[in-house]
Design a protein around this ligand. Structure first.
Ligand code: KG4
Ligand code: ZN
Length: 339
């Protein structure tokens, strides 16, 4: 039995979880800073770091207490080492290093995206590599061929904005607050998704590439044109049309990639995977194509430490242990942590 305490602090959630044998979550504590960053319309890195520092000790202690364990029963520490906001990551990495040193336990670095993918293992015991994963978050939009638990190949990505970033930007221009994704999904329910057709951009030479900035710009142009002509705009229709365009491109390329790579399983991950409209589209298209579709529970889609504990377990199994010189890295390729 391997019990891992995992820490995640890459953006605006201070999180700690205790995970047993890679698939059983004994505790999952998330302290969100959304209410603070909402005032500024987005995450302010310096404020995020300071709040992680204020909260991390309580969050870690609560995770251990909720799991009803003592430090003696923790076998290893896992921590998100990148990518993310470097000052925010540093808080988690430094805390985990301190614990690893004082408890004399191994320290396992985890790639944030590897964590998002691993969230799928929590409630889907049947899911095993190889499979295709669509990772859609605030910072990333990747199609990843998961060859093994710690072996990843990025086969497609966005040429510009991340998917969640486009959601947040469109939400802002139609007057919704931060984070815009969930608010836009809610508003879209009242809209007519056929009222406005936004483009579905392709990326030259990249069959599995995305351009979310292309869809976002089309929304901005539509709003500017309507304002110039004095036409009234229904924000709910804009939200529904935008969400449909995003869901269509995500689905088309994810299904094509899964089939082209001879995979039978598609697992979606990341904050945008919490979107029910997108998830339903993916699920329906997969059923038609004979692909099994997986998605984590919404609480494991957005940032959390349980997913880091799961990915950490598989990294540990593969012999991945860091020294106390481990550093936080703002940009890092998925899979490089094994190298
Ligand atoms: O994975 P995540 O929590 O953090 C990153 O690693 O980036 O993803 C956050 C992103 C934000 O852009 C947020 O607006 C988006 O996920 N998001 C959603 C929904 N819930 C979160 N986007 C669309 N619909 C949602 N329901
Ligand atoms: Zn994330």
């Amino acid at each position: 039995m391997t019990t891992i305490l995992a820490i995640e602090s890459s953006c605006d959630e201070t999180a700690c979880a205790v995970v047993r044998d890679g698939r059983e979550i004994l505790s999952n504590i998330i302290s969100s800073q959304i209410d603070i960053h909402e005032l500024y319309g987005g995450v302010v890195p310096e404020i995020a770091s300071r709040n992680h520092l204020d909260r991390i000790e309580q969050v870690v202690n609560k995770a251990l207490k909720t799991a009803d364990l003592t430090w003696a029963s923790v076998d290893a520490l896992a921590v998100t080492a990148g990518p993310g906001l470097v000052g925010a990551l540093l808080v988690g990495v430094s805390y985990a290093k301190g614990l690893a040193y004082s408890l004399n336990k191994p320290l396992i670095p985890v790639h944030h995206i590897e964590g998002h993918i691993a969230a799928n293992y929590i409630e889907h015991p049947a899911l095993q590599p190889p499979f295709m994963s669509l990772v859609i978050s605030g910072g990333h939009s990747h199609l990843i061929h998961v060859r093994d638990y710690t072996d990843f190949e990025i086969i497609g990505k966005t040429a510009d904005d991340a998917c969640g970033e486009a959601f947040d930007k469109v939400a802002r221009v139609i007057g919704l607050g931060y984070p815009g994704g969930p608010k836009l999904e809610k508003l879209a329910k009242d809209g007519d998704e056929e009222a406005i057709r936004f483009p579905r951009p392709k990326v030259a030479g990249e069959p599995y590439g995305y351009s979310f900035s292309g869809i976002k710009s089309a929304v901005l142009n539509y709003l500017n044109r309507a304002a110039m002509r004095g036409e009234t705009v229904r924000p709910a229709d804009v939200a529904a049309g935008f969400q449909k365009a995003v869901a269509d491109v995500l689905t088309e390329r994810a299904v094509a990639a899964t089939l082209d790579y001879g995979m039978r399983d598609l697992a979606v991950a990341g904050g945008v995977a919490a979107n029910n409209y997108i998830s339903n589209k993916l699920s329906t298209a997969c059923a038609t194509a004979g692909i099994r579709f997986y998605r984590p529970a919404p609480i494991y889609c957005t940032d959390n430490a349980a997913m880091i504990g799961v990915a950490g377990y598989y990294g540990y199994q593969a012999g991945r242990v860091a020294g106390l010189d481990l550093n936080a890295v703002a940009h890092i390729d998925v899979g490089r942590l094994n190298g």
